[in-house]
Design a protein around this ligand. Structure first.
Ligand code: PMP
Length: 363
């Protein structure tokens, strides 16, 4: 049986950038105690899907990003963005990090900022769940809620409010995850190599949702370079977002993905194809992943899996293909929405509740 590396005296913890870190002091002790949570960012596991993949011959493996200490893939970009800002002098002791974020980037930034003594202020649209806001406040962040229907040019939008605060507060620093090259770079240096190694260089497809585009652009760039272009990169996008259909941009319920503008973090040359998903398809798959695969993940994860399955079916991928799908965060942040039957019914998803619920013994 595999021996747990946690109690192996010769075990070394390998950081995502492959710099080995001694977790073992020269004391003869066999304890492995990490010095800080930051050491645990990255190196998330790949898990094979078995039940929602009906009729698909290819291996569908998911990269479960909720294993990051802040609970999402955004821990990766937070660490690299803050490191870079300290090096460049944009962030100085006593500095204030101000960012518009749907929650996960905020958590990553709040976590790293908390450990290094920076104040954090986040602006987010009111469609973001109350539980996500509570998490940010728990880490000591300040939260400013803005109207979801305010477009990017509206002074009330979460982008513009963040911009104003960063410019007026002394020591203010805007990570600007939509433009900051350290976002995609963090995935280029960590997520990509992790997938390449974990699949023993056999990955053939990479599927990820597109929000800022950092995940797909950074990971995709690495996988294409290292495989000499053999890896196909597939974006997943909500219906209503600009990436899959610029002519029909409208609101949708899936959080954290899709945009109404093109961020600099998104490199269109890396993505080979984009597969569109409706709120309905994403939410049904999100509930199925929990019930059938034991994966309690967020709506953008369900969305990415739907895109992967659609792509695998459409292209008739065979058993030699290894499709890796990135699942950005945990379903715990969506208990009041996707996993709440009343919310689902009130928002027109009653049919999904019927299809994904088990009959009650009381009936
Ligand atoms: N899913 C969720 C829940 C997110 O918060 C984000 C980040 N906005 C994404 C997916 C998309 O990741 P990226 O910004 O790297 O495209």
């Amino acid at each position: 049986p595999p021996v747990s590396t946690a109690f192996n005296p010769s075990a070394r913890y390998t950081k995502p950038n492959n710099a080995p870190i001694e977790t073992q002091k020269e004391t003869g002790s066999t304890m492995t105690i990490h010095n800080s949570l930051s050491e645990l960012i990255g190196n998330t596991p790949l898990v094979k899907l078995h039940h929602v993949t009906d009729g698909i011959k290819a291996t569908i493996a998911v990269k479960v990003e909720y294993f990051n200490p802040g609970g999402s893939s955004k821990d990766r970009i937070a660490e690299r963005i803050i490191d870079a800002a300290e090096r460049s002098g944009q962030l100085k002791p006593g500095g204030v990090i101000v960012e518009p974020t749907s929650g996960n980037t905020g958590v990553g930034l709040a976590l790293v900022a908390q450990q290094r003594g920076y104040r954090t202020i986040f602006t987010l649209p009111d469609k973001v769940s109350e539980s996500k806001r509570a998490v940010l406040r728990a880490y000591g962040a300040e939260v400013v809620v803005t109207p979801t229907d305010a477009g990017p040019d509206d002074p009330r939008s979460y982008y513009q409010v963040a911009e104003r605060l960063a410019n007026t507060i002394p020591g203010g620093f805007r990570p600007n995850q939509y433009d900051n090259p350290n976002g995609p770079l963090s995935h280029y240096y960590t997520t990509g190599p992790e997938i390449w190694e974990a699949t023993d260089h056999k990955v053939t497809h990479f599927v990820a949702g597109i929000g800022t585009g950092g995940t797909i652009s950074g990971t995709g760039k690495y996988l294409k370079e290292v495989s000499d272009g053999a890896v196909t990169v597939v974006g997943s996008d909500p219906e209503g977002s600009i990436y899959s259909d610029p002519s029909d941009v409208h609101q949708y319920d899936i959080e954290g993905v899709g945009e109404d503008f093109y961020p600099k973090a998104f490199d269109r040359n890396i993505t080979d194809d984009i597969v569109q998903v409706t709120d309905r398809e994403a939410f049904e798959m999100t509930r199925r992943l929990a019930a059938e695969e034991g994966l309690l993940v967020g709506g953008s994860s369900g969305m990415a899996v739907v895109s992967a399955l659609k792509y695998a079916r459409e292209h008739d991928l065979d058993s030699n293909q290894v499709v890796v799908v990135l699942l950005p965060d945990s379903g715990r942040s969506y208990l009041e929405k996707i996993f709440n039957d009343d919310w689902m019914r009130e928002n027109g998803y009653g049919d999904i509740v019927e299809r994904t619920s088990r009959p009650s013994l009381a009936e």
